[in-house]
Design a protein around this ligand. Structure first.
Ligand code: LGS
Length: 452
């Protein structure tokens, strides 16, 4: 029998959500619309016509939700703030009721011994700012810093871990290059501009934090290792492009002060020369990096826009309900690559989890409790925590793990069709039922990872 895993002292065990995916009532108490409210109400954009209008009704049930987090033993909770609740027009007038909602949530978390990790931007840009060009307008770096300052002033101290952006890659790839996510643009010319402005906004928000904040701030990226489909030179080149595009496009400028050269190769004339001073703004000292990990890709050269790469499905692989391969070893590989490339920066795993074909909650156990038996999710989580443990043993400074997600929720344009929660949500009654994975995770937390 192998020895029980040992996670570092203080390792933070938690779960994550995002505002638009769980809150509902997006226009309540003076909030302005976001691009996601708008997108979800545009016919044809959302699977089954789902919207975030109600979602998990967390906007009204936050107290009970925090109670459930405590019952499950969570030590940390990662959530995001909806910019247009705080600044309905994106800049200028502050909506106190919006601020109060998050201030109360933070107080409730602290009163229950749960550390808040606050993400400033998890994709719900105020629609008023989209009307002014959104991420294409260079002024957005100032708009974002203005919004961030309001929150730093209100919450820093109570919140000690801040995240500027969640997954800038998805914001541009989904929102500006392929159009599957809000604001739904498809332009090879817009994508690099949106990317660059996201990074400038990140830099501006970190800079503002150093003037006001006393604690820690970082960036969250989604990265996935790319493995070649064959040993051909073409596939090796495809891996290089895919890796630069997804894994280095944001980390390189944030941590090394330049973009990987492959971006010019991928975007050609659509990739501009940026002013040198932009890199000084973008490359701010960070206290940690958050990594969201779900899968890997086995990559080949193929005709595709604009990367000319393709993903090869593994005939013997295990796939989740979203069609992503389960590949825990990839997380260890990725964490080792991160350390080797960017040095000894503290890392949090800020998202990891899976949607599976969970059974309904009809099942009642011997104690009369309703059960959702989700052994595939437990297997996924156990293996990924094992992969994290391997990376810790190999010297990567990993400080915590936020399971995606605390609740089943709105999976963006896939609507409510995919359930990532450790807690099942009945969208008809809003009833919450902890799945077996939640009970299991509770034990893991209680044993500080020794009982994986
Ligand atoms: O709900 C989102 C989760 C679910 O899966 C969350 O809001 C995001 O931050 C995050 O992007 N999430 C997520 N990402 C998995 C992306 C895997 C893409 C794999 C594509 C393979 C072909």
């Amino acid at each position: 029998m192998s020895p029980a895993p040992v996670f570092p002292e203080g390792f933070l065990w938690g779960a994550a959500t995002a505002a638009h995916q769980i809150e509902g009532s997006p226009l309540a108490d003076g909030a302005g619309p976001s691009i996601w409210t708008r997108f979800a109400h545009t016919p044809g954009m959302m699977l089954n016509g789902d919207t975030g209008d109600v979602a998990c009704d967390h906007y009204h049930r936050w107290k009970d939700d925090v109670k459930l987090m405590r019952e499950l033993g969570l030590k940390a909770y990662r959530f995001s703030v909806s910019w247009s609740r705080i600044l309905p027009e994106g800049t200028g007038r502050v909506n106190q009721a919006g601020l109060d909602f998050y201030s109360n949530l933070v107080d409730e978390l602290l009163a229950n011994g749960i550390e808040p990790l606050l993400t400033l931007y998890h994709w719900d840009l105020p629609a008023a700012l989209d009307d002014r060009g959104g991420w294409l307008n260079p002024d957005i770096a100032d708009w974002f810093a203005e919004y961030a300052r309001v929150l730093y002033r209100a919450l820093d101290g109570r919140v000690k871990k801040w995240v500027t952006l969640n997954e800038p890659w998805v914001v541009t790839d989904g929102g500006y290059l392929h159009g599957a996510l809000a604001p739904g643009h498809r332009s090879k010319f817009e994508a690099p501009i949106a990317s660059h402005n996201l990074m400038r906004a990140h830099g501006a928000a970190v800079k503002a934090y150093r003037e006001i904040g006393q604690h820690e701030i970082g960036l969250v990226v989604n990265i996935e290792p790319k493995y070649p489909a064959s040993d051909s030179a073409q596939d090796a080149a495809a891996v290089r492009r895919a890796h630069a595009y997804m894994n280095e496009q944001y980390l390189h400028p944030a941590l090394l002060g330049h973009y990987p050269p492959e971006l010019k190769e991928i975007f050609g004339e659509a990739w501009p020369e940026w002013p040198a001073e932009d890199y000084d703004l973008i490359q701010q000292k960070l206290d940690f990096v958050g990594i969201n990990y779900y899968t890997r890709s086995v990559t080949k050269a193929a005709e595709s826009y604009p990367l000319n790469t393709g993903v090869v499905r593994q005939p013997l692989g295990t796939y989740t309900e979203t069609g992503w391969e389960v590949f825990p070893q990839g997380l260890t590989d990725l964490l080792l690559w991160f350390k080797q490339t960017y040095g000894d920066l503290p890392v949090y795993i800020t998202e990891n989890g899976a949607a599976f074909f969970d059974p309904p909650t009809a099942d009642v156990d011997e104690t009369g409790q309703r059960r959702v038996r989700d052994p595939l999710r437990i297997d996924y989580l156990r293996k990924h925590l094992g992969a994290i443990h391997d990376a810790i043993q190999a010297g990567v400074d990993i400080r915590g793990y936020m399971l995606w997600s605390f609740l089943d929720n709105l999976e963006w344009s896939l609507g409510y069709s995919k359930r990532f929660g450790m807690v099942h949500v009945n969208y008809g009654t809003q009833e919450r039922t902890p799945k077996d994975s939640a009970r299991w995770y509770s034990q893991v937390i209680q044993s500080h990872g020794r009982k994986l």
